[in-house]
Design a binder for this molecule. Structure first.
Ligand code: ATP
Length: 368
């Protein structure tokens, strides 16, 4: 829907300056977030940061205390306004503990949300959704006969069946084992994109968010820290929390001199940090290219191997790097393929600067 010929499309969901507290405990602290038509946005963050509360506010399951919730341009919750209840918001919901109707079969559960349609159409549509989520064989069984993961897939099929304009999904894959999870994620994304549903999906798993999302909103302690494409968050993180949320990271410390920070594994540009300030240099394990001595000619530093383990698709190598000024650093490197140097062996390290990030050191002058 467009307000004028040239205006941007109206957001499927918009949350404006939303605050929420339980008792005296603030849980959501001024969140602004929109989901555009057809877009999948993942709300990512550690346990307890307020993701579910925000999703419940969007769904109308939690009464809004402060801010505004808009669906396709219409205000459905704002102070001093009538709260539009969940069933009137035309939103598909699948929550971690989505209860199926115990007295209805799997097929009837999925058909339930399609009420206005004639029975044969409802049946065909429900079966198609079950098929897409690998549950068609269970159409005639009852919820209590299904595993947690199977129930979750039926709940997803039920939420998706009416092809809602907006889907709100809270950890929809949490009960699935790792192998099945990959397949169901893939299938779900396919269905969401086919239906063209705008989606807000809550997860604490960065890999899941990277896979599912057009955009990720990373939350910490009730506030959004950074919003962007998976690539923007991974390759251009705005602060150390964003870097560490996507995996283990080596942390080195140094002082900014002539716009650079020297570390035992190489010199990196200090960006906007002021001269003389303390800096933290964050180096992803994948940023350390480890090679046999003198092999690549690009070496920035020599290191000796403290421990090396083959993990299958990659090797984990613990290193002790020796800088030119006699400084030392202990680092973890993750090297693709089978590369297993001996303990004590000297190796070369080359730094992939696209996976190295420099910030003001916490508590340092520039960080103040
Ligand atoms: P998780 O990933 O563990 O589900 P989350 O990021 O979704 O966490 P929320 O479930 O939104 O976080 O909870 C945020 C905070 O609010 C937590 O400290 C939680 O204990 C608290 N909380 C949530 N619901 C209630 C409630 N009904 N009453 C009181 N406190 C609550």
């Amino acid at each position: 829907r467009h307000t004028t010929e040239t205006a941007a499309p109206v957001a499927a969901l918009s949350l404006s300056d939303v605050h929420h507290h339980f008792g005296r405990h603030p849980v959501v602290k001024g969140v602004n977030l929109s989901v555009e038509p057809g877009e999948v946005v993942c709300l990512l963050g550690p346990s307890g940061c307020g993701k579910t509360t925000l999703l419940r506010i969007a769904a109308g399951l939690e009464v809004l205390q402060e801010g505004r919730v808009g669906l396709e341009g219409e205000t459905v919750a704002a102070p001093e306004r009538r709260h539009v209840p969940p069933e009137k918001r035309s939103v598909g919901l699948a929550f971690q503990d989505s209860a199926l109707f115990p007295h209805l079969s799997v097929l009837e559960n999925v058909m339930f949300g399609l009420k206005p349609l004639p029975v044969p159409r409802r049946r065909a549509c429900a079966l198609e959704r079950l098929e897409q989520l690998g549950m068609a064989d269970y159409a005639e069984t009852y919820p209590h006969m299904l595993s947690g993961g199977q129930q979750q897939r039926v709940a997803l099929a039920r939420a998706l069946a009416p092809e809602p304009r907006l889907m709100l999904l809270d950890e929809p894959f949490s009960s699935l084992d790792a192998r099945l999870r990959d397949r169901i994620r893939d299938d779900t994304l396919h269905v969401l994109k086919n239906v063209g549903a705008a989606t807000l999906l809550v997860t604490h798993d960065p890999e899941e968010a990277m896979f599912m999302a057009d955009r990720i909103a990373l939350m910490r302690d009730g506030a959004i820290v950074q919003t962007g494409t998976p690539r923007e968050l991974y390759c251009a993180p705005c602060d150390p929390f964003v870097v560490t949320f996507f995996g283990e990271v080596n942390e080195l410390y140094g002082v900014v001199e002539n716009g650079e920070v020297k570390t035992p594994v190489g010199t990196v540009e200090a960006g906007w940090l002021p001269e003389g300030s303390d800096a933290i240099v964050m180096v992803r394990p994948e940023a350390l290219r480890v090679s046999e001595l003198d092999e690549c000619g690009l070496a920035h530093a020599h290191s000796h191997v403290v421990m090396a383990k083959l993990l299958g698709r990659s090797s984990l190598i613990h290193l002790c790097a020796h800088g030119p000024e006699g400084d030392e650093a202990h680092l973890h490197a993750r090297v693709p393929g089978v590369f297993l140097p001996a303990e004590g062996q000297t190796v070369d390290i080359h730094l992939d600067l696209s996976q190295v990030f420099v910030f003001a050191a916490p508590g340092g002058a520039a960080g103040a």
